[in-house]
Design a protein around this ligand. Structure first.
Ligand SMILES: [Zn+2]
Length: 405
């Protein structure tokens, strides 16, 4: 009797299990079908790719299903249209692939609000178009009176820190502010502001800046605009063509800890006195190393005892050297901008531990890199000087109009 009941329970149990299993199977089947529509939808819609720290256009596109060949071809086309050195970690690419995932159908890259690059598939190839935004340029003259510091006074006028810094750097090497600036001194700034609708775009051009004080006398800076829009020569100069483009120079590392300075020292490898042709900065393995100024890479390879080395030649005629790196991030012949990563700190070559050897060369001789300010200085040649004189006259004309109105 007991046995019969057990059988019955087992049979009911099994039936239940079978029923549940079948229900699940069919439900799963229908769920699968339901899911197929959204999957197809996402294939058609946009994907946003963000350039990671240390990443590149290649690496980020490599995360899509695009074939390598397609990525390589696109990277070349991209490089022809857009200055790739401006790609920063955090930048995004909006991308839409063809339904078979084999080609880019649309791609949008917007590094700045006023700089929108579009690629779209037409027939078999991608067509490039830069969005023409209705940007309005407004020239504005700011008149100021010194109130304690020039920094404070310029910011109070509504300039942003980058704009302020350009003027500051330019005037600083002309005027001893600590000694000669007095409250009540006057200054003028002629700005070309750009607006997209009502939005003031962050990069205003400073066309002219002047400072006039009892003790300082009058000092003026004029903008030189080269025929090449991308030229590193573009910037502020004194009227005789002297650039004080200190803002064009940065540091090779985020944090500077000097462990060995320029000059005679006991060689850490050989133990004898040797001339140290640079400065050693202590930094952790893998720390990014930055180009200190705009320039062209003349070496990106192993360099004897210096190990993995990058040398950048700057328009000022100086070269900077970055050595003992663990990896090199640029190629010979490549143009680099100030602050661009050229490699990572390491201990390659004759080195006793992770550090950056930073050297500065003028022609063929090494000089003390603490004179770094000179690296960013630009010089105008005689034909550029002719152009600059014409531009100065135009700027004076603009000033005259603004001062009257
Ligand atoms: Zn060294």
């Amino acid at each position: 009797m007991l046995k019969g009941r057990t059988y019955l329970l087992v049979i009911i149990g099994l039936t239940l299990v079978l029923f549940i299993a079948l229900t699940c199977f069919f439900n799963a089947g229908s769920l699968k079908q339901k899911n197929q529509t959204p999957v197809a939808d996402t294939l058609k819609s946009w994907t946003i790719l963000t350039i990671p720290d240390g990443g590149s256009l290649y690496s980020v596109l490599g995360k899509t299903s695009l074939p390598m060949q397609e990525i390589a071809v696109f990277a070349i086309q991209f490089g022809e249209q857009i200055d790739v050195t401006t790609i920063q970690p955090g930048d995004t690419l909006k991308i839409k692939l063809t339904p078979d995932n084999q080609k880019i159908e649309r791609l949008i890259y917007v590094p700045e609000i006023d700089e929108q690059h579009h690629f779209y598939l037409q027939g078999d190839s991608l067509v490039y178009r830069r969005a023409n935004l209705p940007i309005q340029k407004i020239i504005r003259l700011l008149n100021g009176t010194l109130d304690n510091t020039l920094d404070k006074s310029l910011l109070a006028m509504g300039l942003n820190p980058t704009e302020k810094q350009q003027i500051n750097n330019g005037l600083e090497s002309e005027i001893n502010f600590q000694r000669d600036a007095k409250n009540g001194d006057t200054f003028q700034v002629l700005l070309e502001e750009r607006y997209l609708g009502k939005i003031r775009l962050p990069k205003s051009k400073i066309i002219y800046a002047s400072y006039n004080g009892k003790k300082t006398g009058l000092h003026e800076l004029f903008r030189y605009t080269d025929t090449d829009e991308q030229s590193t020569l573009n910037g502020l100069y004194t009227k005789d063509g002297k650039s004080n483009n200190v803002s064009g120079v940065g540091y090779p590392l985020n944090r500077i800890h000097t462990v060995s300075s320029f000059g005679r020292r006991i060689d850490p490898i050989y133990g004898s006195w040797r001339m140290h042709q640079g400065i050693d900065y202590r930094a952790g393995y893998g720390t990014p190393v930055f180009a200190v100024a705009n320039g062209t890479v003349t070496m990106a390879s192993w360099y004897g005892g210096y190990g993995k080395t990058v040398i950048v030649r700057h328009p000022s005629g100086y070269s900077t050297q970055y050595s003992h790196m663990s990896s090199i991030g640029v190629n010979k012949g490549q143009k680099v901008k100030r602050g661009q990563i050229v490699g990572r700190v390491g201990s390659t070559g004759k080195s006793t531990g992770a550090h950056l050897h930073f050297g500065l060369k003028s022609g063929k001789s090494y000089i003390n890199p603490t004179n770094l300010r000179m690296v960013g200085a630009e010089k105008l040649n005689s034909s550029q000087m002719v152009r600059f004189k014409e531009q100065q006259a135009q700027i004076r004309q603009l000033l005259l109009q603004r001062n009257i109105s």
